[in-house]
Design a protein around this ligand. Structure first.
Ligand code: ZN
Length: 413
């Protein structure tokens, strides 16, 4: 039965329609428009939105679903799509199967296995020995369900170029978590995404940070040196202009730099953290993000680095660089769904308006996925993933947590 939600203000991913309606049939939106100029036939089931706001379902661009045992939390906090950054194909197809069955979880887009050169830098990554292997690898990953690709820490320039070139033929996006190749090189190759703040910016460091491996976790490397970067200067200007000109989507994952001890004592966006997640994050598995052995000075470096990253987000935004919203859920403290709200608040603290932050998790996120018109938007033909809010999300980003209903594929969850 076709259903329409009325008596609402609609924010469709670009602009506001008031009074608005959204009409959908099955899992697809059929029409969106002004409620005062249409009359619905008796065949349409009407839902009274009671003066609320309807927005597209939110998208978290940086998630690792293989570590998520509570997929329903995403939906509870309005997240109806996520982009997985390297889980196994079995995990992805099982997740999608359950999504199709109507279980409470977001749709998962997948960047395939993380691609390295020589040897994998993570147990789930695949390593390319010769660039000639790249087309076969990408075709294989696409058959397994990949919607794009992700270059990883050990990838060298030759692999990066081969992946970006071949993915372009396939019409699929490539993003990167790279720590040695300068972002400028990847941008010139035509990469479509850059993950994490430190990946875009590490080429601006005077030298690679020196980390005492015996004393500290490797985690300090994403702060050390970055705390002293300036947004001024010719090199920053060139990098930002290049990022703008190549229309890359930069997903800075600011939440990742809000350090774990902070997360354990507070909670993302002020929501309660279930005990099961606190237990999960104390497992040794997460030690690569541990601050054990850090000195007070190290913590100050991390705090200053986050402030620097926020300044760069503001600067990038000022240059017109497209900023996407992603979190690295479920790294310690990054509770599925709730972490995205924390990320959006950090983006607002960086200088984006609430509406611009909302775009980062809807329209811009859809661009990063090459799913424009399908998700991150309320328009005919889009998937009926929607959030009904009590209050205007354009006024305060915190209002995004005033959630009354969430629809996934047209079904109230
Ligand atoms: Zn990640």
């Amino acid at each position: 039965m076709p259903t329409a939600i009325i008596n609402v203000t609609v924010w469709n991913g670009s602009f506001t329609i008031k009074p608005g309606f959204v009409l959908w049939q099955g899992d697809t939106i059929a029409d969106v428009g002004r409620a005062d100029v249409v009359r619905f036939s008796s065949a349409v089931k009407l839902v009274d939105g009671k003066g609320g706001w309807v927005i597209p379902g939110l998208i978290d661009l940086h998630v690792h679903v293989d570590e998520v045992k509570t997929p329903e939390l995403f939906v509870r906090y309005g997240v109806t799509s996520v982009r997985d950054m390297g889980s196994s194909p079995q995990v992805i197809s099982e997740w999608r199967r359950r999504w199709r069955e109507g279980q409470k979880r977001p749709y998962v887009y997948w960047t395939g296995r993380n691609i390295d050169t020589g040897k994998p830098s993570w147990w789930e990554a695949v390593a390319v020995k010769q660039v000639a292997e790249v087309p076969g690898l990408l075709e294989h990953l696409r058959k397994l369900g990949a919607d794009g690709f992700k270059l990883y820490v050990n990838a060298d320039s030759a692999t990066a170029e081969a992946v970006i070139d071949y993915a372009r033929w396939m019409g699929l996006p490539v993003t990167a978590h790279h720590e040695t190749i300068p972002a400028s090189d990847l941008l010139r190759m035509g990469i479509s995404g850059i993950e994490h703040a430190h990946c875009l910016l590490h080429e601006l460091l005077p030298s690679r940070p020196h980390i005492d491996e015996k004393r500290k976790s490797n985690y300090l490397r994403v702060f050390s040196g970055f705390d002293r970067l300036s947004v001024e200067g010719e090199r920053v200007r060139r990098l930002m202009e290049l990022a703008y000109a190549t229309s890359v989507v930069w997903t800075p994952t600011l939440s990742l730099y809000d350090i774990p001890p902070w997360w354990r004592s507070k909670s993302p966006a002020g929501v309660p953290v279930p005990a099961s997640w606190r237990a999960e994050w104390s497992r040794p598995y997460w030690d690569f993000l541990s601050t054990r052995g850090w000195t007070p000075a190290d913590f100050r470096i991390a705090e200053r680095a986050l402030e620097v990253y926020k300044r760069f987000v503001r600067e990038a935004h000022r240059y017109g660089v497209q900023v996407g919203a992603g979190t690295d859920t479920p790294a310690p403290g990054l509770l599925p769904g709730a972490a995205l709200h924390h990320e959006l608040r950090l983006l607002v603290e960086s200088g984006l308006s609430p509406e611009e932050a909302l775009r980062a998790t809807t329209a811009t996120a859809a661009r990063a996925l090459r799913q424009e018109g399908r998700v991150g938007v309320l328009a005919a033909g889009a998937r009926a993933d929607m959030v009904l809010l009590e209050k205007s999300p354009l006024e305060r980003v915190e209002n995004l947590l005033a959630i009354r209903k969430v629809y996934v594929r047209g079904r109230e969850m």
